[in-house]
Design a protein around this ligand. Structure first.
Ligand SMILES: [Zn+2]
Length: 233
């Protein structure tokens, strides 16, 4: 499976008349959840992870980012063409049906990796924002409990450590083949895993403009348009 093929979409997405908007559950402003890819798609990636682990038993994987000990870059798994073609499919066929205009900016770069949670791996993940304007997060397996993804609302860098309102607090239980789409600057964390192992494909869609705006705001101290503190103040 070198490139993404629409056959790896679940039936409800495959029909030429599929109404993407109805397939996605909008859980909060900019956060969407849908069952989207088949078990075959997930199992293919899990197989690549197994092969990688077998070949590299004694080598530490390159660090995918500073927050995860056990993440593996998709590049190391040889699945970048698959990831890139999936994002291009999402960009072409799905984003305009679900995303507000502010989240449909040109993608300048992608950073993608597999996260693994389990008793002998990362067990949870602290509160953070992503280095992305939009993140796609696909769960690759079943058979775990806990490890829910919890959102706390979008913030600019000035207000990143402020509290959240009840409406901003969204807790998502991952399911194999489901995807969470969310703004990178919606703060989130991962609850401790209680049993089993969870594998997810994380794709950070990055924009030079978004990143510049973020760092400019840090310098100027000005709150950004999307920040939840603007509407509450
Ligand atoms: Zn702000």
């Amino acid at each position: 499976m070198a490139a993404f093929d629409p056959n790896y979409l679940v039936c409800s997405f495959r029909s030429p008349f599929a109404d993407c908007k109805n397939q996605f559950n909008e859980l909060a402003d900019g956060i969407y959840f849908a069952s989207i890819v088949t078990d075959e798609f997930c199992d293919h990636i899990l197989g690549c992870i197994r092969d990688f682990d077998d070949e590299r038993k004694n080598d530490a994987p390159e660090s995918a980012n500073s927050m995860h000990w056990n993440a593996i870059k998709t590049k190391q798994l040889g699945i970048d063409p698959l990831v890139y073609s999936f994002v291009s499919f999402f960009d072409r066929e799905i984003s305009r049906h679900i995303l507000p205009e502010r989240l449909r900016v040109p993608i300048d770069a992608l950073h993608s990796y597999i996260v693994r949670y389990g008793q002998s791996w990362d067990q949870g993940l602290g509160f953070h924002v992503d280095d992305s304007f939009l993140t796609l997060n696909i769960c690759l397996n079943d058979g775990f409990t806990g490890s829910e993804l919890v959102f706390q609302g979008e913030r600019c860098p000035i207000h990143v450590d402020t509290g959240s309102s009840a409406e901003e607090q969204i807790c998502i239980e991952h399911k194999k083949g489901s995807m969470v789409v969310h703004p990178g600057k919606n703060r989130h964390y991962v609850n401790q895993i209680s049993s089993g192992e969870r594998y997810n494909l994380i794709i950070w869609c990055q924009s030079d403009t978004e990143r510049d705006n973020w760092f400019d705001a840090l310098k100027t101290g000005e709150c950004l348009e999307f920040c939840g503190m603007r509407s509450s103040s």
